[in-house]
Structure formats: structure tokens, C-alpha cells
Write a new protein. Structure first.
Length: 390
């Protein structure tokens, strides 16, 4: 895979796929601009080479043209951070867009409107891809967070370019993935949580052959505890996956991968309960309660298990952290990993949100900008958006 430094962009029209899919509130204000900030180094490198840049991204899941999912707020924020005007195109293809791209001068930036306003994007339509490809002489992909999608701008477009490369963010994401999971300093501890085993089962299977320790929390742990015969009351868990869960525990034991499950949990009548949470041993979950967080004994146990780690990979909160009452376990885990001495790599939308809420982001080696693409790597899958650059 070519890197940005291998390309000569001077005086060229550079087409860049970024992932500027940021969260917006009801007033269409950006609530977290991290993905825009992380894209800046690539854009600045291209502009400083004396190129003209056409940037494209999707935002949300529009079905057709939807003013609420316009990239206008992104264009504004990008322009503020860059300190230069960013021209927002009225669409991503068409005569007007072609003219705007052709009229760009060196150092200027054009942002195309939301790629998903056009049905050809998700369908990887070849006609749509060739219209996009005409907007540039060289192609750069920096959209790591979309690299698991075979969409037109991710796969169809790069195939039409001879000169193409990964952007600096794409490169950084892949470098950390390699350091953490392909070629880790051992022991490698993987901390995994979140709501469902089913959504992360393939990741657990793949990690079982890589990790030295697997530390499990969140509602995901409930499924393992239930499979071992514990009464989970009204907890969120997946009874259908009991067989798979037991099979996986067997595999892990044979491979000498140590597994850690909660020894105590915080229970309450409901997700929205206030002031009713209490810690109980996992053997004593009352029938009318839900396990909504790992308990203090488990936090201590997990912290000790992490002590020897040279590499830690974390995906998924330890509890229903959106309710302050059940955020303690995730908070303790966050602190333990933040203070660990080895390499610490994190991915996942909720995990990232929890870390930022706790203001500990600066203490991690690397926080991925991706959820789904990061999970695809944990599953051991190759990413179509990366393959298309090779
Ligand atoms: P990520 O986005 O970091 O990959 P997930 O989306 O897999 O994480 O999981 C996050 C969700 O899991 C959160 O909404 C959280 O409330 C939920 N969750 C975690 N533990 C529990 C639990 N014990 N009971 C119910 N929900 C839980
Ligand atoms: Mg999530």
C-alpha cells in the first residue's frame, strides 16, 4: 500500500475520501469534532505540497437528499480548524460539481455534499464511481472508519486510479492495529464488553488465538455467566448463545488463554433506576433485578489481571455506563488502562464516548476513530477499503 509521502501532489487535483461522519444535535451542531481534527494532518500535508483538494464523506444514514444530514456544519468546522475557506458543493456529482472541482486553484479545498444522498454510493455503482473519479488526478483514502464498507467511494473509486495512497490517519490506524494485534509485545490482554455476545462473537473467536488474557464485562459477560448455570434474573443476556459461549470457553482453556469473568455485579430493577444499585456476588443475583455493571471486587480483580500486560486492547464498556449509577466499572477500567505501562489501544463508539466523558483520552496510546471497522479487524477480517488501495 502506497503512503501519502510516496505521492507527488504538486499542482494536481487530489480527491480525498475522509470519514467526517460526526454526531450532530437537534440544532445540527457538531457535538464531537474528533474525526474532523484527526483528518486535518492529511489535508494539510496535501495542501502544503501545493495541490488542490476535493474532499468527500458521508454523514449519517440518509435515504435520498436530506437537509438535516447536509455536510454544511462539517464544512464550517473544517474551515475553522484549517484557517482557510472550504467551499461546499451543492451535491457530490453533476455538472455544477465538476465545474467547481475544475475551477479550484492550488491550495483550495472543495467539500462534496453527503455521498449517501446518492443511491450509487452504498450500491458501489460503477457509473457513480466513475463520475466521482473524474474529480481528481490522484486519490487518497483517509476514511478508516468506513474501510469495512464496500461502497463506491471506498472501493469503486480507488480501483479507477493508478496513483493512490492511504492518508496519514489511515496509516496510523493500521500501524497501531499491527502493533497491538498482529505483532504485539506479550502478554497481550484484550478487554471486551458491550451489550451483546452475538455482535462480537467472531471477534472473541479470532482473539482467542491471539490474546494471553481475555477480560470480559458488560452485558456480554451475562451470557457467559448464564451459560455456566448462574441465575441472571432480568439481566440482558442471550440464552441462545449458551452453547457457543461454553464452546468458546473450552477453546480458550485449550489454547492457554486465561479468561476473566465478573465475580460480582451491580444490580438494580431497571436501566433507568436511580439510587437503587447495589453490588452482589454473581451467585446471588435477585430474580427481579438486572446486572448492569461489574462490581467493585471484579474491578479489583481485572486491575490485577491487567498489571502484567505489555499490550492492552479495549473494546466495549463494562456496564450500562450511560446511567451514572452503572458507570463505575467502566470508569475503573478506564483508569486502570489509562495508567497501564504498556501499549494501550481502544476502539468502539461507546468505549470512545465513555473515555472522553471521563477525560482520560490523553492517557491512551491510541484511540481509534472507528467502531465497525475496528471490530472487523478484531474479527480478523481484511478491510475492502484498504484492499482497494493495494
Ligand atoms: P462499543 O460501541 O464501544 O463497541 P457496544 O455498542 O458493544 O460498545 O456496547 C455498548 C452498550 O452496551 C452501551 O449502550 C451499554 O449501555 C450497553 N451495556 C453494557 N453493559 C450492559 C449491561 N450489563 N446491561 C445492559 N446494557 C449494557
Ligand atoms: Mg456501540
Amino acid at each position: 500500500m502506497q503512503q501519502l509521502s510516496d505521492l507527488n501532489c504538486k499542482g494536481k487535483r487530489v480527491l480525498i475520501r475522509a470519514d467526517l461522519n460526526v454526531p450532530l444535535n437537534e440544532k445540527l451542531e457538531i457535538t464531537d469534532d474528533n474525526r474532523i481534527k484527526e483528518f486535518l494532518p492529511t489535508l494539510q500535508a496535501v495542501l502544503s505540497q501545493g495541490a488542490r483538494a476535493t474532499v468527500m464523506s458521508h454523514l449519517g444514514e440518509p435515504s435520498g437528499i436530506d437537509p438535516a444530514l447536509s455536510l454544511r456544519p462539517v464544512a464550517k468546522r473544517l474551515s475553522e480548524l484549517l484557517g482557510t475557506d472550504v467551499i461546499l458543493a451543492p451535491d457530490c456529482v453533476g455538472a455544477e460539481v465538476t465545474k467547481l472541482a475544475a475551477d479550484l486553484k492550488d491550495g483550495q479545498v472543495l467539500l462534496l455534499e453527503n455521498l449517501r444522498f446518492q443511491p450509487g454510493e452504498k450500491r458501489n455503482d460503477s457509473e457513480f464511481a466513475s463520475q466521482l473519479a473524474k474529480l481528481g488526478d490522484v486519490f487518497i483514502s483517509d476514511a478508516f472508519a468506513t474501510a469495512h464498507r464496500s461502497h463506491a467511494s471506498m472501493v469503486g473509486v480507488p480501483k479507477l486510479f493508478k496513483e493512490k495512497a492511504a492518508g496519514l490517519l489511515m496509516q496510523k490506524e493500521m500501524d497501531y492495529y499491527t502493533k497491538a494485534l498482529e505483532n504485539p509485545r506479550k502478554p497481550l490482554c484484550v478487554v471486551i464488553g458491550g451489550s451483546k455476545v452475538s455482535s462480537k462473537l467472531n471477534a472473541l473467536v479470532n482473539l482467542s488465538s491471539k490474546a494471553d488474557k481475555l477480560i470480559i464485562g458488560g452485558a456480554m459477560a451475562n451470557t457467559f455467566l448464564a451459560a455456566q448455570g448462574l441465575q441472571m434474573g432480568r439481566s440482558l443476556y442471550e440464552p441462545d448463545l449458551a452453547g457457543k459461549a461454553l464452546e468458546l470457553l473450552g477453546t480458550l482453556a485449550r489454547r492457554d488463554c486465561k479468561v476473566y469473568l465478573p465475580v460480582d455485579v451491580v444490580v438494580a430493577p431497571a436501566l433507568s433506576s436511580k439510587g437503587l444499585g447495589r453490588a452482589v456476588p454473581v451467585q446471588e443475583i435477585p430474580a427481579d433485578t438486572m446486572a448492569l455493571d461489574i462490581g467493585p471486587a471484579t474491578s479489583l480483580l481485572y486491575k490485577e489481571a491487567l498489571h502484567s500486560a505489555e499490550t492492552i486492547v479495549w473494546n466495549g464498556p463494562m456496564g450500562a455506563y450511560e446511567n451514572e449509577e452503572f458507570a463505575r466499572g467502566t470508569h475503573d477500567m478506564c483508569e486502570a488502562i489509562a495508567n497501564a505501562h504498556g501499549l494501550t489501544v481502544v476502539g468502539g463508539g461507546d468505549t470512545d464516548a465513555a473515555i472522553h466523558h471521563m477525560q482520560l483520552a490523553h492517557k491512551f496510546s491510541f484511540i481509534s476513530t472507528a467502531g465497525g471497522a475496528f471490530l472487523a479487524l478484531l474479527e480478523g477480517n481484511s478491510l475492502p477499503g484498504i484492499k482497494a488501495l493495494e
